[in-house]
Design a protein around this ligand. Sequence first.
Ligand SMILES: [Zn+2]
Length: 489
Amino acid sequence: MNLEIVKRSARASQLLVRMTIALLLAGACAGAQASDNFGAWFESFKKDATDAELYRFLYQMPKGGDLHNHISGSGYVEWWYELALAQEARGYEYYTKVRINNCEPYARNEFGPAPYLMLFRNVLAANYEKLSACEKTEYKPLKDLNEDEKTAWLNSIRLDKAHEGRDEFFQTHWQRLNDIYSNPYILAELIYLNMREFGEEGLIYFEPQVGTGGFLKPDGSGFSSEEVAQIYRNRLAQADVAKTGVTVRFQRSILRFLPSAEQDLERMYRFVHENNDLWVAVNMVGREDNDKGYPLRFLSTLRELRKEYSGVKLSIHAGEVDEPNQHVRDTLLLGADRIGHGINLISDPDTMLLMRHGPYLIEINLISNLLLEYVSDYQQHPFPEYLRTGIPVALSTDDRGMWDSTMTDEFFVAVTEFDLSWEELQLLHTNSLSYAFVDDELKRTLLASHKKRTERFMKSVSKSGPVAADEVPSPRGFICQRYELCTLQ
Ligand SMILES: [Zn+2]
């Protein structure tokens, strides 16, 4: 190549670079302008829209991720029922307690893991066989429930009545599910079903807390942790999972108030380090009003673990409690990058100041906080204060199966109660991706995909309005009961 050609070619490529930058800038400005215009459109839409129209809009709206989700609390009651029966093909048969026959009146205990008077406790056939002859008369095969029993069974694992709250949730739901949630094939299906439903309501990322310990084979013997992890991996490799369009990463969690919590934390940390193709973080869960699980209990254990392992992220429940305390600050000191709930952060001004425009995100769970009585109405919830003072927040679903709600519902509550702007909605979506525990490249891909889908959505909805009612599933129990929105016509 002679010099002249080289110069010409250099000039041409400079011109190309300048043109590309100009085009990109024009595109970005047009994008920002489109978003501003859409913000104005959204304000006028909110003024005139019925609740049903707003709901349809929010269902269709592209969303980011769900960063706070316990897979064992994510299943709708009808899913649990159908999945449990379908497991017969694998040799699992379940029995459930449908009556009290006053068996062994002097030996029973209401304060153990299986309170005698608690109906609808589910046991595997192998464990049913271990019951006394009298107790066996209290149980019935799950598949043989009559209509009344089935309705009561379904209602026994969701918070559907005004008087049901924190105690019902923590003290009976998992105790009732019992052997059913100890089936790894059922949990693998729950992961898929959540991905499918989230994909349909516009999410592209899902980071549930998924365990591998305590699972049972049909004969009542246990699986190894590796076997369970493999069952999940096999399920995720199936074609229907890819079709959901949702990327998934898992967390492991420990019950923080148990005597063995430090050892559990060590095991989970190691597990995540060794299975980092899928698991990315460790979480700590369990009632914070049980003081045995206070955050600083784990400081020395985590400092030891950090000497040995890299790459394990921490997202930890904190501030999900009624009393003012500094649990959020202490949890940041543990090394957490994300805080689950953070309700009582509002009572700790120093930590609030630290978190404004900071690197730590609070995973907000509006429906959970109301149903578990951490706020008695939404005017008490600190979410708008965090959002509007620059503390990074994202909306998530926690144990949505037991609330009978969806991610769309979380947005419906947020917009209805706090009149969110389009810009604020976008911030919640992008936060739920920017703070995901994924590598930078995947994060960029997810954010770019969200941007593209949002541009398409803005164009379509400002031209033709939200989708028709028959394209959106009817609201589930929570929205139907609390907002009297049961159909979308
Ligand atoms: Zn939670």
